[in-house]
Design a protein around this ligand. Structure first.
Ligand code: CA
Length: 367
């Protein structure tokens, strides 16, 4: 008894609760076990984000909170920031193995697992947030994503969107495509491959490492997300010019990845709660980014004197040409990636006339 209480008091409440029901044979329960019904499901969530990182890390926290609330406390999700349980870029393997039951990150971090993963975050000159949601939920997008993740024992769900990102932070002005030559830039996914084709060197670093890498000169430039997140990392202290638009990430979908065995083990109502909580966060995050980005952009300009620039038209035209080449090449990698590419590009072609007649025409009219 005493030893048990000592262990609990010393911070072993979790371990004590786990053994509480089986080893004590009803003789004793800790405060922790007494407060919880026996059927509470305890999940671990690993993320690729720093602790409580605005928008992204808090999106993961929101997901955990919603699952807990919507399930009436029947599922508890403990969130681990990048590096707390595993490093950022080990989230996929950790959930695949079942060491954690759920993860939050971006599909394009996993291109080494499968080339097609990159299409489910964002594609250079691809779909906007609204169009991505249309492809994922009302086109073939989500079904294809599930097909790509199935061999890893994972179920993906769209779980957040940043909207259009920024092209990134540079220490020199970009006048022509030649200015990208020799540039070592943090830019993941397909955008990175486009930069490579333009003569640059893409690197993939988790967000938490960007400021130091940029300030120390390990990289010459970096993209991250947009004003809200970039301000939080202090990237304006490490580079002078901030370029628009995020040609490489026009509407990046964040993901929840769920261990399939863990999901299947839940009763149907809890499965629905987990999947639908992801959809809530998917919509909520986009709203938050829209609200906070404009505020942060003003702060960057007015308080920190950041020079905001737009990439010249001829640079954009060249990047677009290179993007088409990269996408075609990536598609040839394997039949499933080809299938994803075909679906994505066909949807983009189909949706464009409507986007032009609605969003584009309206924004032009509003001026
Ligand atoms: Ca980005």
């Amino acid at each position: 008894m005493n030893r048990r209480h000592f262990l609990t008091a010393a911070g072993f409440a979790g371990a004590a609760a786990l053994v509480g029901c089986t080893s004590d044979k009803g003789q004793t329960t800790t405060a922790a076990t007494a407060a919880q019904p026996a059927e509470v499901v305890k999940w671990k969530m690993v993320t690729t984000w720093p602790k409580n990182f605005p928008g992204l890390g808090t999106g993961a926290e929101n997901l955990a909170r919603l699952i807990h609330e919507m399930s009436g406390g029947r599922i508890e999700v403990k969130v681990y920031a990048a590096g707390e349980l595993v490093p950022a870029l080990e989230v996929f393997d950790t959930v695949s193995r079942g060491t954690a039951q759920i993860g939050h990150g971006g599909a394009y971090y996993w291109k080494a697992k499968h080339e097609a993963t990159q299409f489910f975050t964002s594609v250079p000159f691809g779909l906007t947030a609204q169009e991505m949601n249309a492809w994922l939920f009302y086109g073939d997008g989500l079904a294809l994503w599930q097909e790509v993740y199935a061999p890893f024992g994972l179920v993906p769900m769209p779980c957040g969107n940043t909207g259009v990102q920024m092209a990134g932070w540079f220490n020199k002005e970009i006048h022509g495509i030649a200015d990208l030559k020799g540039l070592k830039m943090r830019i993941p996914g397909l955008g990175g491959e486009v930069l490579r084709r333009a003569g640059g060197t893409p690197v993939n670093l988790p967000g938490g490492e960007l400021f130091t890498a940029l300030q120390s000169g390990t990289i010459d430039a970096t993209e991250w997300v947009g004003p809200y997140n970039d301000l939080a990392f202090g990237l304006h202290k490490a580079a002078k010019y901030y370029y628009a638009p995020g040609w490489h990430e026009p509407g990046s979908t964040m993901e929840a990845i769920i261990n399939k065995a863990a999901l299947d083990a839940l009763p149907k109502d809890l499965q629905s709660i987990v999947l639908n909580a992801c959809k809530v966060v998917n919509a909520d995050m986009l709203a938050e980014f829209m609200a906070r980005n404009n505020q942060a952009l003003e702060t960057l300009k007015k308080e920190h004197g950041v020079q905001v620039r737009t990439l010249p038209d001829d640079v954009i035209a060249e990047l677009k040409k290179l993007s088409d080449e990269v996408l075609l090449e990536v598609a040839k990698h394997d039949p499933l990636t080809q299938k994803v590419y075909d679906s994505f590009t066909a949807f983009r072609a189909r949706v464009k006339p409507w986007t032009d007649a609605s969003e584009v025409a309206y924004l032009k009219a509003r001026g």
